[in-house]
Design a protein around this ligand. Structure first.
Ligand SMILES: [Zn+2]
Length: 347
C-alpha cells in the first residue's frame, strides 16, 4: 500500500511532448496525458460498477483552483437557501440531517448526542438541523459534543450558535483552530450571498489519536491534513440492528492542486486507510454524503437484512484504493502543469 517514491515523479519527463497540446483551457488535453489517463483508468478498474460514482465523480477530475469551480456541479452549493432533505437513520443510532450538498451526522450514544459538523449558520441550524433532530426524536438539549471535521464554513458555520444555545463544547483539531482566521471558504461564502458567518471561539483542541467515549460509542480522531491543515477523520463505532459496527468518516473531500498539500493528503489517506483496516472498518461516511454515495446507499435499502451503508472491509479497501489512485492522477496533472510552467505551486 505504501510507496516510497511516487510513480508520477518518474513519469514527469514524459509529459513534455503532450504538454505542447495541453492548453490551459483544454482540460481534455490534460486528461489525455498518459500518466493521468493511467491513474484515472486504474481508479475505474478498482471501482467497477458499484463504486463507479466515486471514480467518475469529482474525486478523479482535475482539482479546480477555487471552491466554486470545484463544486459547481453539486446541487445546492451555490444556493444560500437550499432546502433540507429528508433526514434519515443511517444506522440504529446515527442520523443524517442536512441538505444535499452538505449536512451533519448525529450519533446517539445512549448517554447523550455527538454532533458531527454544524451546517453553515444560525438560520440553517434553526430551519434544517433542529427540525430534523425533532423528526428523528433527538433532543438538542442532549447534545454533549460538537465535532467539526475541518475549518470550512459549511462545517463550522452553525457551531458558535449551537454552543450558545445548548452549551455544547466545540471540538476541532489544534491545526484547524489555528487555521480558522485564514479559512479560504469564508470570503467565498460571504460573496455567494450566505448570511454573515460567526466563526467559533477557540474551544476543545483535539489531538491525533484522541478517543472520545460516551455511552455505547467510541470516536477515534485521526488527524488527516490535506484538505485543510488539521482535517479530522473520525473512526466511529455505531449500532446496527443491535450490533456494534465500525465506520469511518473521511473529513475533507476536495483535492488541491499544489504538490505540498496533495502530498499531505496522500500521506493522510494512507494513515487513515491502515488505521481503518486495523479497526475493521466496514463503511465510509461523509458530511458531504453525496461524495461517498451515502444517499444512493440509503435509497437502495436493506438487502437480505444488510445495511446498505455497510460495504464490508473489502468495500472500504476499494474506496481507499480509488481515493489513492485519484490523488495519483491529480499529482500527475500538477506535475504536468508545473513542467509546462502553466501553474505555480499556488492553491
Ligand atoms: Zn472543506
Amino acid at each position: 500500500m505504501k510507496r516510497t517514491c511516487h510513480p508520477a515523479l518518474f513519469l514527469a519527463p514524459l509529459f513534455l511532448p503532450w504538454l505542447a497540446m495541453a492548453e490551459e483551457d483544454d482540460p481534455g488535453a490534460l486528461e489525455a496525458l498518459p500518466a493521468v489517463a493511467f491513474h484515472v483508468q486504474q481508479a475505474r478498474d478498482i471501482a467497477g460498477d458499484d463504486f463507479r460514482f466515486l471514480a467518475d465523480g469529482l474525486l478523479c477530475r482535475p482539482a479546480a483552483n477555487t471552491i466554486p469551480e470545484a463544486i459547481r456541479t453539486v446541487p445546492g452549493f451555490l444556493v444560500p437557501d437550499a432546502p433540507g432533505i429528508e433526514p434519515f437513520a443511517a444506522f440504529d443510532n446515527l442520523y443524517y440531517i442536512g441538505m444535499y450538498a452538505w449536512g451533519t451526522f448525529v450519533l446517539d450514544t445512549g448517554e447523550g448526542l455527538i454532533l458531527f459538523d454544524s451546517l453553515t449558520n444560525e438560520g440553517q441550524v434553526n430551519e434544517i438541523l433542529l427540525p430534523g433532530m425533532a423528526e428523528m426524536g433527538l433532543d438538542p438539549n442532549d447534545l454533549k459534543y460538537l465535532v467539526i471535521t475541518h475549518a470550512h464554513v459549511d462545517h463550522y458555520g452553525g457551531a458558535q450558535y449551537l454552543k450558545e444555545q445548548y452549551g455544547v463544547p466545540i471540538m476541532m483539531s489544534v491545526a484547524d483552530w489555528d487555521a480558522l482566521s485564514d479559512d479560504i471558504s469564508y470570503p467565498w461564502f460571504v460573496r455567494t450571498g450566505y448570511p454573515p458567518v460567526v466563526q467559533p471561539e477557540r474551544d476543545v483542541e483535539v489531538e491525533d489519536g484522541d478517543v472520545l467515549r460516551l455511552g455505547n460509542a467510541s470516536v477515534t480522531f485521526v488527524l488527516t491534513p490535506g484538505h485543510t491543515p488539521g482535517t479530522l477523520s473520525p473512526i466511529i463505532e455505531v449500532q446496527d440492528q443491535g450490533e456494534t459496527r465500525t465506520v469511518a468518516m473521511w473529513g475533507g473531500q476536495a483535492l488541491h492542486e499544489d504538490l505540498a498539500t496533495l502530498s499531505q493528503m496522500h500521506n493522510s489517506l494512507h494513515k487513515f486507510w491502515s488505521l481503518g483496516r486495523e479497526r475493521g472498518v466496514e463503511g465510509l461516511i461523509s458530511t458531504h454524503a453525496w461524495f461517498v454515495g451515502n444517499f444512493e446507499q440509503h435509497a437502495r435499502g436493506r438487502v437480505d437484512g444488510r445495511n446498505p451503508l455497510l460495504i464490508g472491509q473489502d468495500g472500504f479497501e476499494r474506496m481507499m484504493g480509488i481515493y489513492d489512485t485519484c490523488i495519483d492522477a491529480q499529482f500527475a496533472r500538477s506535475h504536468a502543469k508545473l513542467s509546462s510552467g502553466a501553474a505555480g505551486a499556488a492553491d
